[in-house]
Design a protein around this ligand. Sequence first.
Ligand code: ZN
Length: 604
Amino acid sequence: MIHYKIQPCSPEAHLFQVVLRVPQPEPKGQAFTLPAWIPGSYMIRDFAKNIVTLSAQCDGAKLDVRKLDKQTWKCEPCTAELIIEYQVYAWDLSVRSAHLDATHAYFNGTSVFLRAMGMERRPCQVEILPPEGENYRHWRLATTLPVLDAKPLGFGLFKAADYEELVDHPVEMGCFAYGSFDASGVVHEIVITGRHNADMARLREDLKAVCQLHIGFFGELPLMDRYLFQVMTVGDGYGGLEHRSSTSLVCSRADLPQKGRQEVTEGYRRFLGLCSHEYFHLWNVKRIRPAVFQGADLSKEAHTALLWLFEGITSYYDDLALVRSGRIKPESYLELLAQVITRVTRGSGRFKQTLAESSFDAWTKFYQQDENAPNAIVSYYTKGALAALALDLIIRQQTSGSKSLDDVMRALWAIHGRTDLGVQEGDMEALTQKVTGLDLGDFFNLALHSTEDLPLARLLEEVVAVGCRLRPARNQKDQGGIRKRGESSPAPGSTLGVRYKSNGSDVILTTVFDGGVAQQVGLSAGDVIIAMDGIRVPPSELDELVSSMPVDKTITVHAFRRDELMQFELRLRPPPSDTCELWLLDTTTSERKKERDSWLGISD
Ligand code: ZN
């Protein structure tokens, strides 16, 4: 048994103190290592850089410790219990590592628990203590680590069957808001840290509906004692990470449902979509997982071409579950779907990188995006979601509505999820054929291994009677959405072919799109636009000014680059048709109406 004790020793300095005891260390010298990445977030983060001090002792005597690489230590040989003491700096407010101050503490095991090498299969005990002092008397603790000796929401002793489990139950401590509900006979808890005005009763009701929808979808909840939504609210933030029986989320406090309000705001819809996404991961990626993630070596990258399956398909079902569970209206779902289509269509990177390549290179490309990302890569989340949609519609069309992607997902759960048989490349294609009787090899080649656009507009219209068209954007904020009845296309204006931000007074280019006029004359990301045709342009007016100018007009742009003033002459162009609008067609056959109702989960 490996024993850990962790305590915030200095919240003001953001330090955890960890004591690790190994009863029978390796006789030739015990080695310890900390992961370089956390499952679910595919980037090397080198958590060991946050270990500030580390010492070892045995039988009361100090031992020599040698560093072998950036994240591995080795102690001199000893024969009795080995004790390692170390401090970890925790000041990253994200769901991926650890954060500690006088208001709360949060950690993932991958950031704080050293792995005794060669002993990763041994069971672990973890003693978790609050910071010392009167100020922390009211702190409570929320985690799904199995309890050995602790009261509900209390500090104490916890256990894990092995290291992999130990680091898959993040821990939150502090004075948080608490709520719970039952789904499928299992207690689901919600813990919200940070200042907020959330309507917990409404949150419980909506999350319960979404969870039950997913449980019904797969037919059962994976075996677990309880489930935890661990929420951190901030002014402006968004993110989540999935775990085997919990999820850690960061959201804007304004996105939570406010007391006394009834509507589903865009922010609340986004928050429910995030919760739905992470909950779907309970099946798809935590249990139905790529073979390379099973017992993955967390010291280096684990490449897979299958992230489109785990993140793309999850991204397809996250919002779909909101309409199927009655949380949002069909039009609201189509608005979200149109925005996903817009996001994919806006980047010419989709003509350069396939979905399989996007998955494989997540570590260095998707997770390390720079100013050129829209021109160079495609997202396995958004394009993966569209591939899932296209696959679903094709199955529905070619089986006359007797099968759908839902059936394939249930088969994946039965064959790979329940049994923990890792998913290999090609398994999804073979299983789809087995479940539906269709040979969809050409479709999978197109969607995963080519850079051609998917035939979405045709499929949406033919299968589920949804109209789809692309039009020019009205302005930079225009993400597309639902087409309003009787609304005409915006009059064609002009565009520079850039994305920009404001530094308060000036426009700073953040992306210069391939093929746009800005790129043709050499304007670059980072350039500070000072004036157009000799007149200063406030950031708030740039969009309107450019779109009101006639196409083909030649203008002079002054910009600073490296503090040097530069001048560009450019001829304006019409904006590309890259903004998606969807709408429900009403002149439709009863089959298509029936299929649409089945797809959106609408019953008469
Ligand atoms: Zn995800």
